[in-house]
Design a protein around this ligand. Sequence first.
Ligand SMILES: [Zn+2]
Length: 387
Amino acid sequence: MARPKNVIELLRDLVAIPSVNPHGNPGTDKTGEEAMAKYLGNFLAKLDAEVTFQHVHAGRPNVLATFEPEKKEAQHVAFAPHTDTVSVVGMTIPPFNPEIRDGKLWGRGSSDTKGPMAASLWALSEWAQSKARKKSRVRWTYAGLMGEEAGNEGAYALAKSGFKADLVVVQEPTSLEIVHAHKGVLWIAISTAGRSCHGSTPERGDNAIYKMRRILEVLETRVIPALAERSHPVLGATTLNVGTIAGGSKVNIVPDGCTVECDVRLTPATPRDAALELIAREVHAVLPEAQVAVLAECMALDTPRDLPVLRGLSDVARGYNVAPWFCDAAVFAHAGSPSVAIGPGSIAQAHTKDEFIAVADVEAGAEMFSKFITAQEELAATAAAGK
Ligand SMILES: [Zn+2]
């Protein structure tokens, strides 16, 4: 592949490399992040970055590139886009044949998050080839993370390996606003067990669906109001929604099992363990033998807007915002590295059947990230001078 000559050519390359997360129904056999990681590694190695791969699963690595500062290191700042995309099932445009039409680039991942990735990568490559690099006091890391779309696996693997930074800038399509807070997520399954027998003699069985009715009652009348008391000034209340219910196998059989799945959205004011304890306590008060299991989770994000290390980014971004979605930033923040998410493009186009990003937005994103790198270097130089 010829080296791209501008940020849009770079984005074209990225969209043309399939990197669909294999979980669920990917809709293609071109899954996994290896080809993307290799492309990024190769691109960054040519800029004299030190490139390593962290093998999380077979064919699914994180890629890490580091630019050591020329002068004494004052700060460590990381860009952290995810390299995977969601499934291509139901897409109405070619997912991996990037096409530019009506001022937009179309394809899977163009918005989430290859557009934002191209913008930060292009900015970093411009900086790496400029004179400014000679005066650098920031250790810049570029981390391409696998597995964000199903369980934030790449971010967890990197954080667990001991990775730390003064600031981790996660790339997501945020319309160039700094997303500094979002709710956490806890998906749980609650199950009841019964004893089946013929539906003509229900007195001989034990109906698992009736037991679940009592649990649903307690969720609605006690758990949901108790969770709602724990609210956050910006993000609002902690909520619980029962999303699915499944039980029984046939109309003439007494059901021996019933399961509901609940989606709990946690504000930073509600620790995950406290929420889980509350739910388990209330459920077990009506039915001690009920099973409560965690299906998936992501922590809340609540990075203070006034952190000194964020001054460079806040000077060049389009303000602050909070998000209804969750991302890798929460993983890094909880592991001790302050983190926010930012990138060009709108989350409205993420995960859609005809995903796109406006060309002008990607270009504006690259420009903003360039200004950010300059501003951060200035911040680091000032910090170093004050030491
Ligand atoms: Zn994303």
